[in-house]
Design a protein around this ligand. Structure first.
Ligand SMILES: Nc1ncnc2c1ncn2[C@@H]1O[C@H](COP(=O)(O)OP(=O)(O)OP(=O)(O)O)[C@@H](O)[C@H]1O
Ligand SMILES: [Mg+2]
Length: 496
């Protein structure tokens, strides 16, 4: 019912798309996969009217369409949940669900009616939030679910999801998979972009693969592919990098120590020490307290009681002080917490150093900063140049830029919260390698991730939190996704 063919799109000298296409049928979940920067988001932006192609056509039910904007596409039943979330932080949940004003009764927008229609959709996705809460108070995962709910409330015929699960914990991703399946069974056409290839295998019926802006696999049945064959097609012959080396490093003297810290409503009397040389994972269900630990180390939350000590003895009383004391904060919420999107890449990458961390002598020349950025671009294989505006990078490449910025500043503590969100499987292994190298070089690394395989791949040990306390520590051969999941859910209803 939806066909895009011969799509070409250039940005300056860069071909984002070069002979790309896809056909999505009613009743199917059709996955679109490819490396970071392959052109996936560009393709769906063209379908949904956000971007005009240089060449090529989009057909809906056999008729050629060219939507002037996403609103026109929405009127024709095409709903998109874009990769970089478009929620309005200062509005309420309900206002975000109905950007066009919502259902009218007797010509008036009825808040009651809005709530009534939203309730089953939110419940289905497991989004338990107060409809009158301001969206900026929501977690990234909940904002992601909110955007999906908004798309569903449009009752679309074609639903496009651009990495909908990149910040979702497993349980929420599973619920979304069920919802997606059911919608397809009811006749919707679903176009699904994801870097989680196992997830693609579970929920899609067919898959299309893009490489460097070209379609290299067209609507193949999912039963005819495997994770390995998809990776080969994505990379086109280059071997995927091996998993991160796990050397036992010599423990550095540097460490982060939390002693008896409490944060009302979030943490109760938690003590832990993370030494230089180890990667310490923090896991838990939403609200379990693990993220409050990250906030305390980053100086974003001040504990009511207890103390936080950074290497060298500094106490992080504010985010600024924590940065000055050598704490890096790599967040998957790159838009809200990591990058100035309207600035060139070099300004972002060198921002921390310019603003003071590692300030050892005069401000380096612009030439020097651009060169350093170019080095990091090579090291992290970011698709883009130092002078490119950061907003022009693809989602995964923006995420790499967040890490680049902190590598440039050379801090002693790395606090990572979903650090590889939206990063493709090859680049993710490379980022993991870099994180292991940081630890091996004596840095303290603390990491939380909604993706448990990331914790298993990276961590020496993982502290599991429940209701504001550490309830379990898992390390060595015991560390597996199942063990983590069991510990996180222990004591809760078996239905979780
Ligand atoms: N507005 C823009 N200006 C300049 N270049 C752009 C713009 N939008 C996209 N590009 C470039 O086009 C290419 C494809 O980007 P796109 O966002 O479609 O990739 P993607 O497959 O969605 O990647 P990811 O998995 O990282 O999200 C990238 O090299 C990107 O830098
Ligand atoms: Mg993208």
């Amino acid at each position: 019912m939806l066909t895009a063919a011969g799509l070409v799109k250039h940005y300056g000298g860069v071909a984002a798309l070069d002979a790309a296409g896809i056909t999505v049928e009613r009743g199917e979940v059709h996955a679109l996969v490819g490396e970071n920067g392959a052109g996936k988001s560009t393709l769906v932006k063209i379908i949904s009217g956000a971007v005009r192609p240089d060449e090529g056509t989009v057909e809906l039910d056999g008729r050629t369409v060219a939507f002037a904007n996403t609103r026109r596409a929405a009127e024709q039943g095409i709903a998109i949940v874009s990769q970089e979330l478009m929620t309005f932080g200062d509005l309420t949940v309900l206002e975000n669900l109905y950007p066009l004003g919502g259902p009218r009764r007797f010509g008036l927008v009825s808040a009651r009616e809005m709530r009534r229609r939203a309730e089953p959709v939110l419940a289905d996705l497991g989004l338990n939030v107060d409809p009158s809460a301001r969206v900026e108070t929501l977690s990234l995962a909940d904002r992601q679910l909110l955007e999906i709910s908004r798309a569903l409330l449009q009752n679309p015929r074609v639903l496009i999801l651009d990495e909908p699960t990149s910040a979702l914990p497993r349980a929420a991703a599973d619920r979304l998979a069920k919802t997606t399946r059911r919608l397809a069974d009811r006749g919707l056409a679903v176009l699904y972009i994801s870097h989680f290839l196992e997830e693609v295998m579970r929920i899609a019926q067919r898959v299309t693969i893009l490489r460097d802006g070209r379609t290299v696999l067209v609507g193949e049945e999912i039963s005819q592919v495997s994770v390995d064959s998809m990776v080969s097609a994505m990379l086109g012959g280059t071997a995927p990098p091996a998993a991160a080396r796990r050397e036992r490093a010599v423990r550095g003297a540097a460490s982060v120590a939390l002693t008896g810290i409490s944060v009302p409503g979030r943490l109760r009397d938690v003590s832990l020490t993370a030494a230089g040389g180890e990667v310490v994972g923090l896991a838990g269900l939403q609200g379990a307290g693990h993220l409050a630990v990250l906030d305390a180390v980053c100086g974003r939350t001040r504990p009511a009681t207890g103390s936080v000590r950074l290497p060298g003895g500094a106490v992080p009383r504010s985010a600024r002080q924590a940065v000055a004391a050598g704490v890096a904060y790599v967040s998957g919420d790159r838009k809200g917490r990591g990058l100035m999107l309207d600035q060139p890449l070099w300004e972002n990458v060198t921002a921390v150093r310019r603003l003071g961390l590692g300030r050892d002598g005069p401000l380096p020349s612009r030439r020097h900063m651009v060169d350093r950025t170019a080095d990091l671009i090579r090291r992290l294989r970011i698709r883009g140049g130092p002078y490119d505006l950061t907003t022009q990078l693809s989602g995964g490449n923006q995420q790499k830029a967040v890490l680049a910025k902190w590598l440039d500043a050379d801090p002693s503590v790395f606090v990572l919260d979903d650090p590889t969100r939206g990063v493709d499987i090859g680049a993710r292994a490379e980022m993991h390698e870099i994180v292991r190298d940081l630890a091996n070089g004596g840095k303290v690394v603390l990491i939380a991730s909604t993706d448990l395989t990331e914790l298993v791949d990276l961590c020496d040990r993982v502290l599991v939190f429940q209701r504001g306390r550490i309830t379990e520590e898992i390390d060595g051969p015991e560390l597996s996704e199942q063990a983590l999941s069991r510990a996180m859910n222990a004591g809760f209803a078996a239905s979780l």
